[in-house]
Design a protein around this ligand. Sequence first.
Ligand SMILES: Nc1ncnc2c1ncn2[C@@H]1O[C@H](COP(=O)(O)OP(=O)(O)OP(=O)(O)O)[C@@H](O)[C@H]1O
Ligand SMILES: [Mg+2]
Length: 492
Amino acid sequence: MTTPQPITGTALTSPALTNAAPTSPALNPDRYAQHTGLLDAAISTVRAIQPIQAVGRVVAVRGLSVLVRDLPAPVGATVRLPRLAGPHAPRGESGEVVGLAGDHAVVMMLGQAVGIRTGDEVVALQSAKTAGVGPSMLGRVLSGLGEPVDGGPGLHNLFPQSLDPAPIRALARGRINQPMHTGVRAIDLFNTLGRGQRMGLFAGPGVGKSTLLGAITRQCAADINVVALIGERGREVKDFIEHSLGPQGLARTVVVVATGDESPLMRIRAAMLACAVAEFFRDRGKHVMLLMDSVTRFAHAQRQVGLTAGEPPASKGYTPSVFAAMARLMERAGQLEGLGGSITGLYTVLVEGDDMTEPVADAARGILDGHIMLSRGLAQRGHFPAIDVLDSVSRVANDVTDSQHQAARRQLVRSMALYREVEDLVQIGAYAKGASPETDLAIAMHPRLTELLRQDLSAIDPFDKARARLLTLAGQAVTLPPAPTSHAANRR
Ligand SMILES: Nc1ncnc2c1ncn2[C@@H]1O[C@H](COP(=O)(O)OP(=O)(O)OP(=O)(O)O)[C@@H](O)[C@H]1O
Ligand SMILES: [Mg+2]
């Protein structure tokens, strides 16, 4: 990390930021308020950093957890073991205080615990988790510590940013009333996202989550993307960056990676760092898309930390702190009143065997403003993206679309629901045509709707063109009476 610089809008140099609003606070009251806000944020970050030089001694090591005697450091403090400093860990292996037991601190290592000996010195560095963040991170792939792992040059002009800032007050949140188009028709037309929304992408393994996230990153209307790959297999990370994202997608993206073989703390840090990077750009007026794959792996990491710290396991071994940490993480996305930027969050959640009552899926649904369901059945039929429109819901869709769009969506959702009721009969040829004119029309509409929803994700589809197709199809289904209320799923 370079020497912290004062945080000012004018200090930003990246080409992606040159279209930022004019920076003359004196002439523009909104910008003045924004600068004041940035200053307040900087002051609170500096206050949170309390340089302390407390030193303790290792008394025991169990797996990745280290018991340290006489270390008067608070929970959350970063520590390091100077004796382990070497070419692979120039600053010594780092860890974090995750719990306290009597006069012992329970430290969890960010890297490995190999080589630690009883009596080793443990130095507490700082009580607040911060990282250097800046525009030079654009187009780069970073570790959970914020260091480049793509073999490129070092980062420069970094600004200290808290990894775990105070939660946004409920009343400080702005209303979500602007759409965030993703370029994926099944989302933009039927489950429209809003700027500042937090959306879940629920799916079983191998149903197309990463491919869909890559396509959204390449095509979405955000100024900047932040992608957090948490607990992925190492091979998939390269595949995602080179194929799903491609050079064009990467150019306006910051990727933060902690693979499944890294320590649980590193995976948690990577998720937090991704949020901090998104917040950095949001505070400078940018509309950010934060894509996290996956929240389930974050929850697994948090479970390991909780168990190490001695928390009691509750449902399926998840400790209570897992759900608190999930809420805290996902609540960081949003739109702030009076600040031009926003963070739209898209979080993948693994659902094994379509079990939506699984603790992490259940908790995520309670926190998020909607969910997109990927269906294995659709994927098996080669229907990609395998988004189940009827089972998905965006709670802000009606606030970010016009009435014509909403009416067309209701019409077509009703048609799809009618088709689903008789789908099995149609498949085996047992449906008797003429029994219900409405259902007959829904069956006639089915191939056209399937064509609308299937999409080659390598082709960008402008929203206006997709919307025109939606209205045309709704016109064809017009003899169906519209559904009585909004999108049926929106009531769930
Ligand atoms: N849009 C698409 N078009 C064609 N094939 C696709 C598409 N999306 C996914 N697939 C197929 O599904 C496979 C799995 O996709 P992907 O890796 O995106 O799934 P995933 O849900 O991220 O899997 P995992 O749970 O293992 O991370 C791909 O290898 C590809 O064959
Ligand atoms: Mg994947």
